[in-house]
Design a protein around this ligand. Structure first.
Ligand SMILES: Nc1ncnc2c1ncn2[C@@H]1O[C@H](COP(=O)(O)OP(=O)(O)OP(=O)(O)O)[C@@H](O)[C@H]1O
Length: 450
């Protein structure tokens, strides 16, 4: 993730300069020295080299450029990110405290908790109240009641927010608790590095000597055998010594088709809590919370416009709010629904009805199952491919006007009876499996976010 943002960083700055008419002198003074320090789950930490430009740099950059940076990042990356700043002088002092003799050590992973992701700022609605209650119960009694806690739900629905809330809560109660929050991507990268540098002992020591492990987006370890193996042992060691493990994923364990069975059963052994898309009232409440936290003053009608039109992803909901505020400040125009429509026209186009094609369905189904669209079209009969393919058949039949013969042809030249069989199988499975039912709902929302 960090590499991706870094590779686009010049493009992001270029966008910012041209779009917002930044002068050379301002660019050279404030923006050029900025570096990406870290990226963890949609939060970019930007390093400010204050040794060169001095302490006021943080205020200037926050007041003048934070919003513009956010909008430019979203434009270039096609999805919103939160931004945090860290000063070089802060890092130097953390390094000194952490390691008086040797230098060049990153601050503790706890530093990367987003200060805003707490239980206080988490808006509760019917879609997330169970997950929130479970998270709070775990934060109050770590290692004692639900272990592991497995939180799952679609993209941008608050899983990371809840995980950080647990970490903050525990650290507030007892600052000495050893809490480690990582994404499974980071866990994998650290493991690879440890294997290369022959430091697996230290790696194990780090992961097995903590009190609370929060591991985000676990779906990325599926299919990675040695990471699964290592995680399995980490899990067992922590679990046996009653250390709390909290896992998040974009889907429930039983849908992680290529996940090793022994890991799946470990995950299912604790408490599983899902987060669904928020309803209209919850979306409004989230927008109001953000308005309050960011100190904006926005007309209710504008909030209603956003809440009505952006439904499935809270990150996008918040991104839309940031974008219209930036737009109104830059254009020096009043923030009303007209302006919101203009600013958000590339995200919301109410009059355009999206055409649902089998290709779109295949793309969404493949992405959800972590496989490629070409595998769905292929002749591969293994279950982790054939079941998503049947889901695609089911959705094509439900969401398009195509005949089963046409669907079969498009999905890899298959017979109409194969499509019918796939459709029947998934229909029957949905009737007896509520979690598959939820998945299908999520997929339909992704395909057609009406
Ligand atoms: N209930 C909520 N109340 C307030 N803010 C929320 C809520 N749920 C999500 N958010 C906000 O929405 C944004 C996205 O949430 P988060 O990053 O936690 O999603 P996620 O489920 O972890 O996404 P991903 O699948 O991409 O990892 C964050 O800024 C978060 O603060």
């Amino acid at each position: 993730m960090k590499n991706l943002i870094e590779s686009k960083w010049d493009e992001i700055l270029k966008y910012l300069i041209t779009e917002y008419g930044i002068t050379d002198v301002s660019y050279n003074t404030w923006l050029r020295p900025l570096k990406i320090y870290d990226v963890v789950d949609h939060v970019i930490t930007i390093l400010i080299n204050d040794e060169r430009i001095g302490p006021p740099s943080l205020n200037v950059i926050r007041n003048k450029y934070e919003l513009l940076l956010k909008v430019s990042i979203e434009e270039v990356m096609n999805e919103p990110y939160e931004i945090k700043f860290v000063l070089q002088s802060q890092i130097d002092s953390v390094e000194k405290m952490a390691e008086p003799v040797t230098s060049k050590k990153k601050p503790n992973d706890q530093t990367f908790l987003n200060a805003r992701y707490t239980f206080d700022t988490f808006v509760v609605g019917g879609n997330n109240e169970f997950a929130r209650a479970a998270a709070l119960a775990v934060a109050e009694n770590p290692g004692e009641i639900y272990n592991p806690l497995f939180i799952y739900g679609g993209v941008g629905l608050g899983k990371t927010h809840l995980m950080h809330s647990i970490a903050h809560f525990v650290l507030n109660q007892n600052p000495d608790t050893k809490v480690l929050y990582v994404t499974s991507e980071k866990f994998t990268n650290e493991l690879i590095e440890a294997i290369q540098k022959k430091t697996t002992m230290q790696f194990r020591e780090k992961y097995r000597s903590i009190d609370i492990l929060l591991i985000d987006d676990i779906q990325f370890i599926i299919g990675k055998e040695s990471t699964q193996e290592e995680f399995f042992h980490t899990f067992n060691t922590l679990h046996e010594s009653k250390k709390q493990i909290i896992i998040s994923s974009d889907r429930p364990p039983k849908e992680m088709l290529t996940l090793e069975d022994r890991l799946r059963s470990r995950f299912e052994h604790g408490l599983m809590a899902d987060i669904q898309s928020p309803d209209y009232e919850t979306r409004m409440a989230i927008l109001k919370k953000k308005e309050e936290l960011d100190g904006y003053k926005i007309d209710e009608e504008v909030l209603r416009y956003i809440a009505t039109n952006i439904k499935s992803n809270i990150r996008e909901l918040e991104g839309a709010l940031t974008k219209i505020v930036a737009f109104s400040r830059l254009k020096k125009r009043e923030l009303n629904v007209l302006l919101a429509e203009e600013a958000l026209q590339d995200i919301i186009s109410p009059n355009e009805k999206k055409v649902i094609t089998p290709e779109l369905i295949v793309e969404v189904v493949a992405e959800h199952h972590n496989i490629s669209p070409s595998e769905i079209y292929s002749k591969d009969k293994s279950r982790n491919i054939s079941y998503p393919r049947q889901i695609a058949m089911y959705l094509c039949r439900r969401l398009t006007d195509l005949s089963v013969t046409e669907i079969g042809k498009i999905l890899g030249n298959r017979d109409h009876s194969t499509v019918l069989h796939g459709y029947d199988k998934v229909s029957k499975d949905i009737a007896k499996d509520s979690s598959l039912h939820n998945t299908i709902d999520v997929l339909i929302k992704k395909i057609n976010p009406e």
